[in-house]
Design a protein around this ligand. Structure first.
Ligand SMILES: Nc1ncnc2c1ncn2[C@@H]1O[C@H](COP(=O)(O)OP(=O)(O)O)[C@@H](O)[C@H]1O
Ligand SMILES: [Mg+2]
Length: 476
């Protein structure tokens, strides 16, 4: 056994005493903590005799564990005063040495040369100093907050598939019900969407049909300071039309905050946030550029659980195409007008060429549902020949159908800025449209009242067919 000893006690009298011990070669002496690591490297001792008396302010436990890590075979005889059992930091520090394989030689008040020699010949054992680990053990017992192994998230291909939580409502001709549908879908998700971790989904609704600003009126939202125009203007101060973003991070942050502020909560459903500007003139918004919408969508896709965008009907409108790319799905609104259906068929080729057809689904609006219409006392003179079934059969991937709603009801909800999906039990004649909205929304986000609506509508149909109030079920 080699017995080369490096002295690092910082204690002259002790070094003199120890060098008299038989059977050891004393190969060097270190006077400062900061020299210890280098000296060990140069002299390659078998034993290092060290004590707290060694000069310097460096952390000795750190130095010693580093030496041990570099040279595991080395024996460190570390002489130190036995700690008070309640001195948690000190016991922890010495415990860490034990974990590193350095078992300190604990001295009560004083030590004799014989005791040092004994310790050099009989290394301190782990069990002698294991009590120094008591706080470590306590700490690891207490730590019952375990972590989980999470599955690697699949990288979304935004370029190809769009943002998973962004949905457009579009149509090939104006006036088919885009705004009506956007408003009701976003309201039902916000109001009846299943809570996650106790929180209702945060839903955003964006006005992007600049020719026909509707959302502000439909939800009674108006703000002179925070609206579509001011948001877009702010965005233009940090991005240019090539999509280059300012590198002034503070400015970007402040613009982002402002833009999010422009999403105003709907007073009846506070987790629905709407970007609109119903008082704006055409001139005020005609210069909005695609890059502004692109930036906007990228920002809010990360801030909201679900984003709905009420888009323009014309693909020729500059903002329409980028929005179709950014969304995971676009609902095209159709109606039973055979001419409209045929045009939608032709339009599919265009959507295919733009590589967005795979993200398109259809919603048939103003569907003609005789059984429902009879309930509120409307009977058409002829039976309809071209129906929803025909639309479905002509290869339109229908996400759902929405019935023709009595005009008075439609206009009243519009005027009071209360989407029909907020109707309570007391409005039986809106049960079917509410149910249909819940069915469509449920494909996006689980809807809590879907089952209830299904049952209620079944009940309603039964009662009606019982013939109790055959004529004009709901009519006064
Ligand atoms: N399901 C429906 N039942 C009855 N009328 C409807 C329905 N959907 C739309 N309408 C009528 O169509 C008009 C246009 O709807 P809107 O949502 O403004 O269309 P868009 O946003 O596509 O221009 C409404 O004012 C209303 O008169
Ligand atoms: Mg509209």
């Amino acid at each position: 056994m080699r017995n080369d000893v490096l002295l690092a006690t910082g204690f002259k009298k002790m070094d003199e005493t120890v060098t008299k011990f038989q059977g050891y070669q004393f190969i060097g002496q270190v006077n400062y903590r900061r020299e210890l690591i280098a000296s060990v490297k140069n002299l390659n001792p078998d034993i290092v005799l060290v004590s707290d008396m060694l000069s310097g302010t460096e952390d000795l436990t750190d130095i010693l564990s580093r030496i041990k890590m570099e040279k595991p075979s080395i024996r460190i005889l570390y002489m130190t005063v036995a700690p008070n059992a309640n001195d948690v930091p000190r016991v922890m520090a010495l415990g860490s040495l034990v974990l590193a394989g350095i078992y300190p030689f604990l001295i009560e008040k004083s030590v004799t040369p014989t005791q040092i020699q004994y310790a050099m010949e009989n290394p301190v054992r782990r069990e002698d100093v294991e009590f120094l680990l008591k706080y470590h053990k306590k700490a690891s017992e207490k730590n019952n907050s375990l972590f989980e192994l999470e599955e690697e998230l699949e990288q979304d291909d935004v370029e190809e598939d769009g943002y998973k939580n962004v949905f457009n409502i579009s149509s090939i001709k104006p006036g088919t019900g885009k705004s009506f549908i956007s408003v009701n879908l976003s309201t039902i998700v916000a109001k009846y969407g299943k809570k996650k971790d106790g929180k209702a989904p945060r839903v955003a609704l964006v006005e992007a049909d600049l020719q026909n600003l509707s959302l502000g009126t439909l939800l009674s939202i108006e703000d002179d300071k925070y609206n579509l125009k001011t948001a877009m203007e702010k965005i233009a101060t940090i991005v240019n039309d090539k999509g280059d973003l300012s590198d002034d991070m503070e400015k970007v942050e402040s613009v982002n905050r402002f833009v999010l502020e422009c999403f105003r909560p709907y007073h009846k459903v506070k987790n629905l946030f709407v970007l609109t500007g119903s008082k704006l003139t055409m001139e005020e918004i005609e210069n909005i550029q695609p890059f502004q919408y692109i930036y906007l969508v990228e920002l809010i896709a990360n801030e909201f659980d679900i984003v709905f965008i009420d888009t323009n009907s014309s693909l020729a409108h500059v903002t329409t195409y980028p929005l179709l790319r950014l969304a995971t799905k676009t609902y095209y609104v159709l109606n039973l007008d055979f001419n409209n259906v045929r045009n939608n068929t032709r339009y599919k080729t265009t959507l295919e060429n733009l590589e967005i057809l795979h993200k398109v689904e259809y919603i048939l609006n103003e569907d003609y549902v005789p059984e429902y219409m009879k309930m509120y006392g409307v009977e058409e003179p002829e039976e309809l020949v071209f129906t929803a079934e025909h639309v479905r059969d002509s290869d339109f991937n229908l996400a759902g159908t929405l019935p023709m709603i009595p005009k008075s009801v439609f206009l009243n909800r519009l005027y009071s800025a209360e989407p029909i999906v907020l109707d309570e039990t007391g409005a039986p004649y809106t049960l079917l449209p509410r149910l249909e909205f819940a069915r469509i929304a449920n494909q996006i986000w689980e809807i809590d009242n879907l089952e209830w609506l299904e049952k209620e509508y079944e009940k309603q149909k039964e009662e009606f067919s019982d013939g109790k109030k055959r004529k004009g079920f709901f009519s006064r």
